[in-house]
Design a protein around this ligand. Structure first.
Ligand code: FAD
Ligand code: DHB
Length: 391
């Protein structure tokens, strides 16, 4: 079979790209390894920058987000037993929208179907070849990971969009990259309890980072800094609630509402950037090209901004034969990616506990106090958080 743009991966990057291209009459095929139920249920990020909200609206996938998303004009930094509000809206004129990534993905799948198109679920890409020719080929197997009928299909394309996440197959393994590892991970839970705060809380505590987020008026999301090799079996619900109670506690009697834990997982943390996001007719977008630690909530937002830029570049190529935006795609994306990398690793360092690093822990507290006191410093944090960095 043949298509114009073959898209590997039905995450936010691949699905948004498909929608952008379809609206300009460009033919796409989306191949996704997992089944649909899995993709719709996969709990991940939850903070949308204003630019991400605009991008989803622009492709007709924003209605439910506008109805159900929670618009927040600020968030809280909590340390030393006290909370301090960072008023993003006053400092930058912008707000964030709290809306689960799985809902974004579900809305994009529904929008694609409403446009009369499909997503090929349980189609595992094994290899992409001919990326330095005008007709690259995607090789894939039906039946997902363990498809017993191991027949390999070929999809011939003008371009391949590698939107297959960090563990995908599109990024050439020998390509150059820049990396940083962190000696901790996040244990995340979803709980069927109303949020105990109107806004997100990022807490720095001597026992480690904790965060309170949410998904709706009746569903809360929490994260705890844990060791990278953490076994979930060692974290029964009661231990999680106890640790959250301690790390989120304040001197003014703030109460945490506890309840049923409905999802639990551990996510490692790393920074990773590919040297280039283009290899001939193969273009990478999202986690396939770069990973950030989750502290600044940038992963999903970068995937969306990559997809937008890639969509615009391909549309220029098809509409006017203009090669320029495609030639600039990687450099343009990477400028924003590096800004987000710096911010995410800075915010991670600001809030996490490193074993034995007493000097850093005292410096953290001094920096946090300064951020809360200084308009310049809090504006720096707020601008980066909402993505208003001019990148
Ligand atoms: P993905 O969403 O990873 O989508 C890639 C898709 O490609 C997947 O559906 C995958 O199944 C598919 N795929 C992979 N290989 C193949 C193949 N060979 N063939 C076909 N399909 C393939 N960010 C935050 O900001 N906050 C968080 O709390 C947070 N939590 C996270 C938790 C986890 C477990 C992970 C993995 C990431 C988390 N992130 C978080 C990061 C954020 O979710 C990602 O940055 C975002 O999903 C990137 O979108 P994407 O479309 O590039 O990739
Ligand atoms: C969420 C995730 C993040 O990484 C973050 O910084 C804030 C919120 C969330 O899942 O809600």
């Amino acid at each position: 079979t043949r298509t114009q743009v073959g898209i590997v991966g039905a995450g936010p990057a691949g699905l948004l790209l498909a929608q952008l291209l379809h609206r300009q009459g460009i033919d796409t095929v989306v191949l996704e390894r997992q089944d649909e139920a899995y993709v719709r249920a996969r709990v991940r990020a939850g903070v949308l920058e204003p630019g991400t909200v605009r991008a989803l609206k622009a492709v007709g996938a924003g209605d439910r987000m506008l109805r159900e998303g929670l618009v927040h004009g600020g968030f809280e930094l909590r340390f030393g037993g006290r909370g301090h509000r960072i008023a993003m809206d006053e400092l930058t004129g912008e707000s964030i929208t709290v809306y689960g990534q799985q809902e974004v993905v579900a809305d994009l799948i529904d929008a694609r179907r409403a446009a009369g198109e499909t997503v090929e679920f349980e189609a595992t890409v094994t290899e992409v070849t001919g990326t330095d020719t005008a007709t690259p080929v995607i090789h894939y197997r039906r039946g997902g990971e363990t498809g017993e009928a191991a027949e390999i299909h070929e999809l011939h394309c003008d371009f391949v969009a590698g939107c297959d996440g960090f563990h995908g197959v599109c990024r050439p393994p020998q390509s150059r990259s820049y990396e940083r590892d962190y000696p901790f991970a996040w244990l995340g839970i979803l709980a069927a309890v109303p949020p105990s705060s109107d806004e997100l809380i990022y807490a720095r505590h001597d026992r480690g980072f904790a965060m309170h987020s949410m998904r709706s008026p009746s569903v809360s999301r929490f994260y705890l800094q844990v060791a990278p090799d953490t076994d979930l079996a060692e974290w029964p619900d009661e231990r999680i609630w106890k640790e959250l109670r301690i790390r989120l506690s304040t001197d003014d009697g703030w109460q945490l509402t506890e309840g049923e834990v409905t999802e639990k997982s551990v996510t490692g943390m790393r920074s990773f950037v590919s040297d280039t996001m283009r290899h001939g007719r193969l273009l990478l977008a999202g986690d396939a090209a770069h990973i950030v630690p989750p502290t600044g909530a940038k992963g999903l937002n970068l995937a969306v901004s990559d997809a937008q830029l890639l969509g615009e570049s391909l549309i220029s190529w098809y509409a006017d034969g203009d090669e320029g935006p495609l030639a600039a795609y990687s450099d343009t994306c990477l400028r924003r990616v590096w800004r987000a990398q710096d911010f995410s690793s800075w915010m991670t360092g600001l809030l996490h506990r490193r074993e034995g690093a007493e000097f850093e822990q005292r410096a953290q507290l001094a920096q946090l106090a300064y951020i809360c006191r200084s308009t310049a410093a809090s504006t720096m944090l707020a601008e980066n958080y909402v993505g208003a960095t001019g990148m």
